[in-house]
Design a binder for this molecule. Structure first.
Ligand code: AMP
Ligand code: MG
Length: 403
């Protein structure tokens, strides 16, 4: 049986960055950028006033002149004016306007008394050249990298791309995915339910989780029937990039998923990982088709399996770097830890002295889906850590949100 680290390594080794496509900026939010975006011109493209006020020359200031003739107005969006009397004149200027020629800086309106044609500078005013001026090219020079490929186009990055005039960008193509729930006990929403039946919550959770990575996944269900499973997997394994199966991978009499997958041509890479919950995890790949994760059906195992293994695979396949580990400290320790990598749902409980502290949430095991309502994520406790584990030792934290 592989350790968690070995299993993750096997998953990552099986992932390669997928194909790209060109997308218009209107549709690019949330996509993974796959090219470097360069500044098309200096940023800012001109010496830009950062305050409303007056623009004037250092000549006037250094000569002690504090009463300046207003030669005109320099609004945003207008070409630069030119100061005719550097020793005695000024312009009224607005935020975002280009610094007029012959001016060295801007004094904010709060320090100026405006008369009809004169600006009287307050005695207490302080000023020096370049004040309230955002210098041309001081953020980025034309041709320099503004956004490096291999990042998600979050709203702020999208705004940066737009500032460089990008009308379309090269991004990762969405992966095609299918989520398969298995089990005779599952009854879909809207259908009547007997006391011994349950809702396919895993399938809905996985479809929602995949959406965070730009995948629109088809949702399918198969009963605990080898033939039905083989048929579904054979028909779809070359049609999609990723198949997530929930349930049917343990040692029960009706756990046909591994056999059905192999009979559909999916080659097993590993089955079972030394972890709790989620030990029966199955992973494989079709030589010309999908990568397949068989996630154990207990709801907490399914969601943790997704976060531990599917997310790293997705990131790599989409061309993102591996995520950094977040570290937290536990306010309380788990009562018992098996000699396996353990996952424990936690809630963030930061305070000034312990900014990364978390509390364990009450949790009865991998079937206890409702416990996750109280959690922000879970911690990972490796067996080697256990003998020395205290509330001061940082442990890895995985949040439920998309990363
Ligand atoms: P299995 O991995 O198939 O042995 O299932 C383990 C447990 O997870 C059983 O109690 C199942 O009823 C439950 N389970 C399996 N699939 C789902 C699902 N899609 N949603 C919620 N629970 C599930
Ligand atoms: Mg089952």
């Amino acid at each position: 049986m592989l350790t968690h680290t070995e299993a993750l390594h096997a998953v990552l080794s099986a992932a390669i960055p997928g194909p790209v496509e060109t997308r218009s900026m209107d549709l690019a939010a949330g996509a993974v950028l796959r090219e470097d975006l360069l500044a098309d011109r200096d940023q800012p493209p001109f010496d830009r006033a950062t305050m409303d006020g007056i623009a004037f020359s250092r000549t006037a200031w250094e000569a002690g002149v504090r009463r300046l003739t207003i030669e005109g107005i320099q609004p945003a969006g207008a070409p630069a004016l030119r100061l005719s009397e550097p020793a005695a004149g000024c312009f009224r200027i607005m935020t975002g306007a280009v610094l007029p020629a012959g001016c060295d800086g801007v004094l904010e309106s709060e320090q100026v008394l405006f008369e009809e044609t004169v600006a009287q500078i307050a005695d207490t005013a302080v000023w020096q050249p370049h004040r309230n001026v955002h210098g041309q090219g001081s953020d980025k020079k034309a041709g320099h990298v503004l956004l490096a490929g291999g990042c998600v186009l979050t709203p702020q990055r999208l705004a940066i791309a737009i500032s460089a005039g990008a009308a379309s960008v090269c991004v990762s193509q969405p992966l095609r995915a299918m989520v398969v729930s298995t089990g005779n006990e599952l009854v879909d929403l809207g259908e009547a339910l007997a006391p011994y039946q349950i809702r396919p919550s895993n399938a809905y959770g996985l479809v929602a989780a995949l959406r965070d990575y730009g995948c629109r996944a088809a949702r399918k269900h198969v009963p605990d029937d080898l033939e039905a499973m083989r048929e579904l997997f054979s028909a779809s394994v070359t049609e999609v990039d990723l198949i997530l199966v929930s349930g049917g991978v343990s040692k029960g009499l009706y756990d046909f998923v591994p056999r059905a997958l192999e009979e559909a041509g999916v080659e097993k890479i590993f089955h079972r990982v030394a972890q709790k919950p989620g030990k029966p995890l199955w992973f494989g790949q079709h030589p010309q088709g999908a990568t397949v994760f068989g996630l154990p059906g207990n709801p907490v195992s399914t969601l943790i399996g997704f976060r531990e293994y599917v997310v790293p695979w997705l990131r790599r396949s989409l061309g993102l770097p591996d995520a950094l580990t977040e570290w937290v400290t536990l306010n309380d320790l788990p009562a018992s830890v098996a000699p396996l990598t353990g996952y424990f749902p936690v809630r963030k409980a930061p305070d000034m002295n312990h900014p990364c502290a978390v509390d364990l949430v009450a949790y009865q095991g991998s079937g206890h889906l409702a416990a996750l309502a109280e959690s922000d994520g879970y911690v990972v406790i490796d067996p080697e850590v256990v003998p020395n584990l205290t509330t001061a030792i940082p442990v890895p934290f995985r949040g439920w949100g998309a990363i």
